[in-house]
Design a protein around this ligand. Sequence first.
Ligand SMILES: C[S@@+](CC[C@H](N)C(=O)[O-])C[C@H]1O[C@@H](n2cnc3c(N)ncnc32)[C@H](O)[C@@H]1O
Length: 192
Amino acid sequence: MELVINPRETGFVRVDFAQLFGNTNPVVLEIGSGKGRFLIATATEQPDVNVIGIEKSLHYHRVIAERVNKRHLTNVRLINHDAFLVLQKMVPDASIAEVHVYFPDPWPRPKEQKRRIIREEVLAEIRRVLVDGGSGIYVTDHQEYFESAAPLIEQVFRAERRVPGPDDPPRTNYEAKYRAEGRPIYEVRFWK
Ligand SMILES: C[S@@+](CC[C@H](N)C(=O)[O-])C[C@H]1O[C@@H](n2cnc3c(N)ncnc32)[C@H](O)[C@@H]1O
């Protein structure tokens, strides 16, 4: 089993997930997996789910790969590339059950905001790849990003804004860190 899909070798071609995982289990996709906490917990707790982590940073990609290998998780695949290109070129229509985006880089300067992962062209791709009834979660600590991203999500999906409560366990390293610091956390859940 190859844990890593490397589009620099395979080309940016549509991936057949049933062939890739050897089953037709639902596929959960995480964009910007960081050190892989959510991805590893999901793959461990839900062995009947396939998990894909797209992480742009080579350093974090290697950290996740090492952690996944150590746990012998067979239901994970990793892609070290920009998520928009991967979504656009590699992910088939209606092939993803859930999309998770935790604490994406906020790119706060006006000139940089076009790099945000929650932008119209990426949301259109997320909509295309989700199955009917598929869902997504976007979480941030950055109020301004939240206030501009939430309406974009609401234009494309049925959506619900939510503030995680103190009893909700943190899903990622950033969430654990920011909640320990007492920062407010904003969340949008959405459905196709
Ligand atoms: C602030 S960190 C959050 C990491 C993790 N989700 C967490 O909550 O702990 C943002 C992560 O997204 C990755 N990232 C940023 N832009 C990306 C993109 N366009 N495609 C894939 N990953 C991206 C970064 O490399 C970084 O690891």
